[in-house]
Design a protein around this ligand. Structure first.
Ligand SMILES: [Zn+2]
Length: 327
């Protein structure tokens, strides 16, 4: 991932599925929202509820499954319940999907990890983690001498599971809850996390280590999520971490985003900010605004500054269909 871009705009979730998988994952979620999903899982090791409602503990690490699925509602940090559909396991009757969401786990060192795009299937007794979905998301999976290991995209070891009965690999994870910021008002690191728009601790550590921000204390916190991080993730996505297409020339393509209302206005009453990012150089411009209407003039002004500075002309300004500019 482009670390500089991440330092500014990404909410920087520590993902079990890597950031780069976002676009594919989101497409699948959107499908679920707009159409009724009809999944087939002929090779997943699923156990359906036979009536007693008892759920099995642990996650079955399964290379036969195409999606992460669970029957346990209490594991979800957020769940998009309008997403509906059905799934058929092997030759069992179809069972209903009651939403898709995210689950936060706590790693051994206290870091939070997010498992995205998990389907909630109430009729399922066990939970299944699709090794294929993990691999697609950039994780590395390896089985050797009866031990299954999973690393994240930075090759940090996340999971180590011994082979169990019936040659199954079942992972027991500690569920984590996002932290409440109001109880951490006295904590310097969390205040800077909030001040920087819920910037992840990896980037904060980088800023503090390289002395890039005056007054920023040494950050030693491990990466965790607060409740606002989770809400923010719901409402908006960062610029793509790994675009399929990148321009080579400055100002050929510029991405624009208008953010606000910000709940606490700046001292001069600004409640919106406009962010422009040059696709080729990742150079960014920010303008604080009092109203949305001011965005047009701010864009013109930033365009003039950028064109003068680079000697190139702005060719395409890309926004998210302009929704944030008109809503
Ligand atoms: Zn946060």
């Amino acid at each position: 991932m482009d670390e500089d871009a991440a330092a500014f705009v990404a909410h920087g979730f520590l993902e079990l599925d890597a950031e780069g998988s976002c676009s594919k994952a989101k497409a699948s979620t959107l499908c679920a929202k707009t159409a009724c999903l009809d999944l087939k899982e002929p090779r997943a090791r699923a156990y359906l509820d036979t009536g007693n409602g008892e759920k099995l503990d642990g996650w079955y690490l399964d290379c036969g499954a195409t999606h992460h699925v669970t029957g346990r509602r209490e594991l979800f940090t957020d769940l998009d319940t309008p997403a509906r559909g059905s799934v058929r396991f092997d030759d069992e009757p179809k069972v209903e999907i009651h939403g898709v969401g995210s689950i936060i786990f706590e790693a051994k060192n206290g870091e939070h990890r997010v498992l995205h795009n998990v389907y909630f299937i109430p009729a399922l007794r066990n939970s299944i983690m699709s090794l294929g979905q993990l691999d697609e998301g950039g994780s590395k999976v390896e089985i050797e001498h009866g031990v299954l290991r999973i690393w994240d995209r930075h090759l940090r070891l996340l999971v180590k599971v011994q082979r169990g009965a019936n040659r199954l690999y079942i992972l027991h994870l500690n569920q984590a809850k996002p932290l409440c910021l109001t109880t951490r008002k006295d904590d310097q690191a969390w205040r800077w996390h909030e001040r920087y728009g819920h910037l992840h601790f990896d980037a904060l550590r980088q800023l503090s280590k390289n002395d890039m921000v005056r007054g920023l204390p040494t950050i030693t916190h491990v990466g965790q999520l607060c409740n606002t991080c989770v809400l923010a993730k719901h409402r908006r996505a960062p610029f793509p971490a790994e675009a399929e297409y990148r321009t080579q020339e400055p100002l050929k393509l510029v991405h624009g985003d208008l953010c606000g209302l910000i709940s606490s206005a700046t001292p001069s009453g600004r409640r919106y900010f406009l962010l422009l990012v040059d696709d080729a150089t990742r150079y960014m411009w920010v303008a604080l605004l009092t109203t949305k209407d001011a965005a047009v003039n701010a864009i013109k002004h930033l365009q003039a500054v950028a064109e003068k500075g680079s000697g190139c002309n702005l060719q395409v300004l890309h926004t998210d269909n302009g929704r944030e500019f008109t809503a």
